[in-house]
Design a binder for this molecule. Structure first.
Ligand code: ZN
Length: 196
């Protein structure tokens, strides 16, 4: 396992980290929970990405307005337009809500937006960007190749300065491991080292 303080590899049975000397007993109690939280975090961000992808939007539209995904995503501009068209043909707000499977308050909101000449398109949701984008990931890999002994704190500072991304040391550590690196005796090495 990984020491939560210095991120060195320690034996599964270790009670004290052999590298930084810190007590691991408290951490070991909550480690399984932390692992689960971290898994959830990753699943959530990949779900978020899927939800906002053009493919998902296409499926939602094909599925019709009553598609379950519509409840999780903002209704599309297309659907909003259709609802307004129905209203202009004399459909009542309640009827439109029933027909298109949205709430009556949504229908009222769209009608109001149109009345005020405001854009119908749903607002973009912030916060669904990945923590480490492609360029930051590449920078991190170059950095670990050049400075295999640098600390995670140093890498964190480097990424913030050069790529302008703010990530935790844990995120960096997780990313490095995902890229095939592991920490051994104070330096990061390629986990599956081919004779290089
Ligand atoms: Zn340690």
């Amino acid at each position: 396992m990984e020491c939560p303080y210095c991120h060195e590899e320690v034996k599964e049975a270790a009670v004290v980290c052999g590298h930084c000397g810190r007590d691991l007993s408290a951490f070991k109690l909550i480690a399984p929970t932390l692992e689960k939280v971290s898994d959830f975090e990753e699943r959530l961000s990949s779900l978020e990405k899927q939800l906002s992808s053009p493919v998902t939007r296409a499926i939602c539209n094909a599925d019709g307005p009553r598609g379950i995904m519509h409840r999780m995503n903002a209704y599309s501009e297309d659907l909003r337009k259709k609802i307004l068209e129905a209203l202009s043909r004399g459909t009542t707000k309640s009827e439109a809500a029933r027909t298109f499977g949205v709430s009556r308050s949504s229908v009222k909101r769209y009608a109001k937006l149109a009345e005020q000449g405001l854009p119908l398109a749903p607002k973009k949701r912030p916060g669904s960007k990945p923590k480490m984008d492609e360029s930051a990931t590449k920078l991190l890999e170059t950095d670990v190749q050049r400075h295999p002994t640098a600390t995670l704190a140093e890498r964190r500072e480097f990424l913030q300065k050069v790529a302008g991304v703010r990530v935790s040391q844990s995120t960096i550590s997780r990313m490095l491991r995902r890229l095939g690196w592991s920490r051994k005796k104070g330096r990061w090495v390629r986990a599956r080292e081919t004779s290089s």
